[in-house]
Design a protein around this ligand. Structure first.
Ligand code: 13P
Length: 334
């Protein structure tokens, strides 16, 4: 695949009015989501739930691409059609999560490094054959006493950059996701400082590993107050701080930034993105979404594992997709 094709895919993923659905929950994570609606995480339930999302009429107007999990990329719907075909038919680009999860980082109690580099070249080739055009890898950083440590920051940046280089070699756009968790009682200043440090470290590693930034997307957290902080920064402050941080740390060559929702409420995830896109002045990159929970919480609840609720689930998903699509151009109105 040429560089031009990589850049075209990256740009298509952040087309005006569109963003990404992260439906790449690993088996333990989807089990947690299904527990919340009291249904079993069986292969059939996972298949039917994801089929419902991918076949929502008009979703392709607002959703540019879908990040799948390994099982889903290989899975057939009840009608025998591969789910990945349904994604393509809906006008959405299929992607795949390729990391093997955050594992305890030796010598750093409470911190993790994301694993999955061994054998990745062969897995990427197979994913490309199965129809994936982009990929995702998530590094996790916890804020706490002396955390994140320099060891955690550099280990995750290194793994993210090695992954991104391999993805591009396979002709797949890498989405690099360094997630500074919102867990904790830290204030927004701390989140801003840590996020900037993590991003600087990531981009210096990406450059070292010869990752082509024009064919890469960044999936960061927003700069927000810790979940348990007594003072929660407002929407405008989050927008301003996040933009300041990104302007300081993210090169203009990157075509797009697609935020994770990270446990924010649906409403806030949309309002924050909208406020950033409403700020005066032009930005070097597109600002969009790659939400998991903020797109899926409502349809999951409306569906509740009952075939009879399919229409309700799809209506709830379409609403979340449309609202976030509007937020990518700053035209969302509550
Ligand atoms: P959330 O939007 O729920 O944080 O999920 C995004 C994601 O892909 C996490 O890796």
């Amino acid at each position: 695949m040429s560089s031009a094709a990589l850049a075209d895919t990256a740009k298509a993923l952040v087309a005006d009015g569109k963003g990404i659905l992260a439906a790449d929950e690993s088996s333990p994570t989807i089990k947690k989501r299904f527990d919340s609606i009291k249904i079993a995480s069986t292969e059939e339930n996972r298949r039917d739930y994801r089929d419902m999302l991918f076949t929502t009429r008009d979703a392709g107007k607002y959703i540019s691409g879908v990040i799948l999990y390994d099982e889903t990329l290989r899975q057939k719907a009840a009608d025998g059609t591969p789910l990945v075909k349904k994604v393509v038919k809906a006008g959405m680009i299929p992607g795949i999560k390729v990391d093997m999860g955050a594992k305890p980082l030796a010598g750093h109690p409470g911190e993790t490094v994301t694993e999955g580099l061994d054998g990745l070249r062969a897995r990427l080739e197979e994913y490309a054959d199965l129809g994936a055009r982009f990929t995702k890898w998530r590094g996790v950083y916890r804020i706490g006493d002396a955390m994140p440590s320099p060891g955690c920051v550099t280990a995750n940046a290194h793994a993210l950059a090695r992954y991104a280089a391999l993805a591009q070699e396979a002709g797949l756009v890498p989405i690099v996701e360094p997630e500074v968790l919102m867990d904790g009682d830290h204030d927004i200043d701390v989140c801003e400082e840590v996020t900037e440090e993590v991003l600087r470290s990531l981009f210096s590693e990406l450059v070292l590993q010869n990752v082509w930034l024009e064919g890469t997307l960044l999936k960061p957290n927003m700069v927000i107050s810790g979940q348990d902080c007594p003072h929660q920064a407002g929407v405008q402050e989050v927008a301003e701080r996040t933009l300041r941080c990104l302007k300081r740390a993210v090169p203009a060559a990157v075509p797009g930034i697609v935020f994770l929702s990270g446990g924010q409420s649906d409403q806030l995830a949309t309002e924050h993105l909208n406020a950033m896109n409403k700020q005066p002045g032009t930005l070097p990159w597109k600002l969009s979404f790659s939400y998991g929970r903020a797109l899926q919480a409502a349809p999951l609840k409306a569906w509740a594992g009952k075939p009879a609720n399919l229409d309700k689930g799809q209506a709830a998903f379409l609403k979340r997709a449309r609202d976030n699509g509007a937020a990518t151009t700053g035209s969302y109105a509550a």
